[in-house]
Write a protein that binds this ligand. Structure first.
Ligand SMILES: Nc1nc2c(ncn2[C@@H]2O[C@H](COP(=O)(O)OP(=O)(O)OP(=O)(O)O)[C@@H](O)[C@H]2O)c(=O)[nH]1
Ligand SMILES: [Mg+2]
Length: 243
């Protein structure tokens, strides 16, 4: 049985313990109103609401993937409030993340102008266990809105210059590219060298989250979910359960 000492946790697949199970913490960041919560909700629950309810501090989504016969992946999506009044907490929220998603709103160009600010914020506050930067994916959201176009070549070279692992046009409203971009991100995480994924030290649990959990039992997911629910201060309706 493998014991976790952080959020990037691997257990070993064998006849006794069952499939390998990974828990990956992924940050979802970007300016307020760009659609972070909506994207997470679309991905974890398959739903969308046109109403804007700003996120206060941080929220969570959990997506469980049966990656293959021997691999289960639990993606813990940290939905970080975009409003700058909550910005002072990001160092705590970013801890132990293995990847990040930066979102901007295609209908509000100023939100693209802030992308580099968010990239710098991530790169200055969190890194992989081998001290490489965390992989960051860029999402150009709300592409369903009429009369919006994206300069693909410009985006390609921007992402290459700034070391994004890739970018997608997405719509939380229609679901366009949501599964595809997350699949791409998970594939990238799985391809990281094992030294990048090892926890650097023990989770200090300053947020009361997922400290020293064991993931090789079938109870792991429900435990993770209940820990998340507790941190959210109540109901766990947003955590999509699938495995
Ligand atoms: N048309 C369209 N509207 C979207 C899309 N994604 C989000 N929205 C709308 O944009 C508004 C803001 O979405 P949220 O998901 O709450 O934005 P957020 O990034 O979580 O905002 P903060 O929590 O304040 O940081 C809501 O009214 C959503 O319905 C999209 O893909 N298309
Ligand atoms: Mg939100």
């Amino acid at each position: 049985m493998a014991t976790a000492a952080g959020l990037q946790l691997d257990s070993t697949a064998n006849a006794v313990t069952g499939p390998t199970e990974h828990l990956y913490k992924v940050l979802v960041i970007g300016e307020f109103g760009v659609g972070k919560t909506s994207l997470i909700r679309r991905y974890t629950e398959g739903s969308f609401s046109p109403n804007y309810k700003l996120t206060i501090g941080v929220d969570f989504g959990l997506k469980c993937l049966e990656w293959d016969n021997n691999t289960k992946i639990n993606l813990q999506l940290w939905d970080i409030a975009g409003h700058e009044r909550f910005g002072h907490m990001t160092r705590v929220y970013y801890k132990y993340a293995i990847a990040a998603i930066i979102v901007f709103d295609l209908s509000r160009p100023a939100t693209f102008d802030s992308v580099l600010k968010w990239l710098e914020d991530v790169n200055s506050k969190v890194m992989l266990a081998n001290e490489d930067p965390v992989p960051v994916m860029l999402l150009a959201n709300k592409c369903d809105i009429e009369d919006i176009s994206v300069e693909v070549e410009k985006m390609n070279s921007f992402c290459k210059d700034k070391n994004f692992i890739g970018w997608y046009q997405t719509s939380a409203k229609t679901g366009l590219n949501i599964d595809e971009c997350m699949q791409f991100l998970v594939e990238h995480i799985l391809s990281l060298p094992s030294g990048a994924k090892k926890p650097r030290d023990r989770m200090t649990n300053s947020m009361g989250i997922l400290d020293n959990i064991e993931m090789s039992s079938s109870a792991s997911e429900s435990r993770a979910s209940s820990e998340l629910g507790r941190n959210r201060g109540g109901g766990d309706e947003r955590n999509g359960g699938c495995c």
